[in-house]
Design a protein around this ligand. Structure first.
Ligand code: ADE
Length: 356
């Protein structure tokens, strides 16, 4: 057990990944990489990281960015509140910290969108301060190594693993230690089929000794997903399509979408037709179902159905659109619009050929 830091360090020097955010001590780049990596795997995160840093090379440029540009760069990563929090924190850093990322764990931890994990990552990677990172990889490595069955999603479990990780931390080189334990979790101590025969600490791993790797980490709760039915309306007239900016406090706030009717159960063409006729006093609409998609998020199961709506005439369409808060955009500019991934991925199937 006492050799744990030394063994993972030696392993990391031989087998750790060279990644652009590890070749720098720039806290801004480290911060951006950590927020991106909360959303995606390293291989996909790399492309986002390079594009983001190219567009916003400094905290000042991020603070000045428009929300639409930021959303375009974030598109596909999901959880858009993370991008908005980045923006907010960049503005705080510029306005209240003289455009310098704070240099203590406690101060970093006060920035919007930064919690104990990200604060420890920035404090250790950029400033080599002795704060252990505790992410999913670390929970897995430590719970297996010590065969600890305290649920990692309980407050007792969080406290326990936080203290354990900090006790084990190599205080002389926290940056390397933290990268090493995360890489060990990502490359060797994997969620399924861990590569124990390549593991530098398997000799002292309690789960390996008893063949119980798959029993750890222990969780108390099972995630349940809320079902939502989203009925999107594809309304095209005269080379223009109707879109709406999404407002409200959810993961897509600030992105655009097609007008949507949310329902608690699936909607048929007839239900859509009734809904539009009653709400908008429109008769003789032609409605066609184009596509259905199921999409799983951490806490939601989205059932999206896309309906094409044809108005009897351009005049009817204009009259209707003028009574709504919706916008129209020329079809040949649709690629400039930040949509949620759910819509972006299906644009080709939803629009007339050659328009996406
Ligand atoms: N996942 C989260 N942070 C990471 C990092 N710094 N390197 C590799 N994977 C990560």
């Amino acid at each position: 057990m006492t050799n744990f830091p030394k063994q993972i360090r030696e392993w990391y020097f031989q087998h750790g990944r060279r990644l652009p955010w590890r070749d720098t001590k720039d806290p801004y780049k480290i911060w951006i990489s950590e927020i991106i990596l909360q959303q995606t795997r390293v291989d996909q995160g790399l492309q986002y990281f390079h594009r983001f840093i190219k567009a916003f090379p400094s905290v000042q440029s991020l603070a000045r960015a428009s929300e639409t540009r930021l959303m375009q760069l974030w598109q596909g990563l999901g959880y858009y509140s993370r991008a908005r929090n980045l923006h907010h924190a960049a503005q705080t850093i510029v306005n209240e910290h003289n455009a310098t990322i704070p240099q203590t764990y406690e101060k970093i931890n006060t920035l919007k969108g930064i919690g104990p994990y990200t604060a420890a990552a920035i404090a250790s990677f950029a400033y080599n301060l002795p704060h252990a990172v505790v992410d999913g990889n670390v929970y897995r490595v430590l719970s297996r190594y010590f065969a600890s069955d305290i649920p990692i999603d309980s407050s007792a479990g969080k406290k326990y693993f936080f203290s354990l990780a900090n006790e084990l931390l190599d205080k002389k080189d926290p940056a390397t230690h933290n990268q090493a334990i995360m890489d060990l979790g990502a490359l060797i101590c994997k969620p399924t089929k861990p590569l124990c025969h390549q593991c530098p600490v398997s000799q002292h791993c309690a789960a390996f000794a008893t063949g119980t790797q798959q029993d750890f980490p222990v969780k108390s709760k099972r995630t349940t997903r809320k079902k939502r039915h989203l009925n999107f309306l594809i309304i095209i007239s005269d080379e223009h399509i109707v879109i709406e900016k999404r407002i409200g406090n959810d993961i897509w706030n600030g992105l655009f979408q097609f007008p949507v009717i949310e329902s608690s159960e699936p909607f048929t063409v007839a239900r859509i037709s009734d809904h539009l006729k009653i709400k908008n006093k429109i008769s003789s609409l032609k409605i066609t179902k184009l596509l259905e998609k199921k999409h799983l998020l951490t806490h939601q199961e989205l059932h999206s159905v896309f309906f094409k709506i044809d108005f009897p005439s351009e005049e009817d369409f204009r009259k209707w659109v003028n009574t709504t808060p919706f916008e129209t955009i020329a079809l040949n500019r649709i690629n400039e619009i930040p949509f949620p991934q759910l819509i972006q991925q299906n644009l080709k199937k939803l629009l007339p050929p050659g328009e996406s």
